[in-house]
Design a protein around this ligand. Structure first.
Ligand code: UT7
Length: 325
């Protein structure tokens, strides 16, 4: 019986097309949509985002991130015995991105499925993989967040289209006798469905309702700040740790103001906050593993560091994973 699961490799991938706020604002101006670099930076901290080419899907982005994570773990694709992809922007209605990605990795046989918890998807997926490893159902899991949110943006709505970007992040999570994931705390409250959703669905070969993202930004902002704090505290309590034990806070990258207030509530200095939202925008389920990989590869996050990962998003869903890297 395995006692722990541990991250042994990280990887990420951004599509090459990078758009600064000024470039996006210029493109939007042609459509009569008015915004500015100044507004976006001041309200969100976002300076640039990456958009995938029209023929590039979540499985393409996820595949590149997965290859890098597998290499960092010192494994081969054939060693992987579980694939979970957190995404809200799958390649198709079905089959899952995880199945498509498994085939692109050149492997077959292991269980592969998608998990849909919008921007909390990665902390949900990590928690599920941890539980499957501890139960003995898997020993070397690939956990991926991959999104092409540009596909579901309403470029006539300036309150949402400036916020999101595309990308993917991945980790290899392995059975281990040393920690590892220490605690996690997941929640959902479906009464908030309407404040952040893509209400369309497919019926009779047609999309019914809008297939584009709508958000009540103020309502999401208010909820996010409160629930991120409570989930982080619950995870700390489950692991018998304290705020001061956290080396790095790696929250979902949606808005710098939300991230600063989360750090402040946990009494963490801003130096302990990993920030990539400025360069990536909000990449939904991909944002946390993207930020984690950048922090690992830049040398900030080191073996043995205590990391607090936190996600919040549509559903409403939220959660935290506390781990020793
Ligand atoms: O991943 C899921 C989690 N999602 C989030 O965390 C998003 C949470 N919410 C937010 O990040 C913020 O609420 C926003 C960034 C979406 C909005 O910031 P805000 O400070 O709440 O702005 P606001 O909605 O109150 O808008 C202020 C003003 C409005 O103009 P008036 O009514 O004061 O004249 C907006 O029309 O800013 C205007 N505005 C813009 N102006 C220029 C809204 N979007 C834009 C824009 N460019 N892109």
């Amino acid at each position: 019986m395995t006692h722990y699961s541990r991250i042994t490799g990280t990887g990420s991938y951004l599509p090459p097309n990078r758009l600064t706020n000024a470039q996006l604002a210029a493109e939007l101006a042609v459509k009569g949509v008015e915004t500015s670099d100044e507004w976006i930076v001041e309200r969100t901290g976002i300076k640039a985002r990456h958009f995938a080419a029209p023929d590039v899907t979540s499985s393409d982005l996820g595949l590149e991130a997965a290859k890098r994570a597998i290499e960092a773990a010192g494994l081969q694709a054939a060693d992987i015995d579980l694939i979970i992809v957190a995404t809200s922007t799958p390649d198709m209605v079905f089959p899952s991105v995880a199945c498509i990605l498994q085939h692109k990795l050149g492997i077959a046989g292991c269980p592969a499925f998608d998990l849909q918890a919008v921007c909390s998807g990665f902390v949900y997926a990590l928690t599920v993989a941890d539980a499957m490893i501890k139960s003995g159902a898997a020993s070397k899991a690939l956990v991926i967040g991959a999104e092409v949110f540009s596909r579901i943006l309403d470029f006539s709505d300036r309150t949402t289209c400036v916020l999101f970007g595309d990308g993917a992040g991945a980790v290899v999570l392995e059975a281990s006798e040393t920690p590892g994931i220490l605690a996690s705390d997941l929640h959902a409250d479906g009464k908030h469905v309407g404040i952040l959703c893509v209400p369309g669905h497919v019926s009779g070969g047609q999309v019914l309702g809008s297939p584009l993202l709508t958000m009540d930004g103020k309502a999401v902002f208010k909820l996010a700040v409160g629930v991120l704090d409570s989930a982080a505290r619950a995870a700390l309590a489950k692991a018998n740790l304290h705020e001061t034990d956290i080396d790095w806070l790696i929250p979902h990258q949606a808005n710098l103001r939300i991230m600063h207030s989360t750090a402040k509530k946990l009494k963490l200095p801003l130096e302990k906050l990993i920030v990539t939202v400025d360069q990536h925008g909000n990449t939904s389920a991909a944002s946390i593993p993207l930020a984690l990989d950048e922090a690992v590869r830049s040398g900030k996050v080191k073996k043995g560091d205590i990391l607090m990962l936190e996600g919040v998003g549509g559903g409403f869903t939220w959660g935290a994973v506390l781990l020793k890297y």
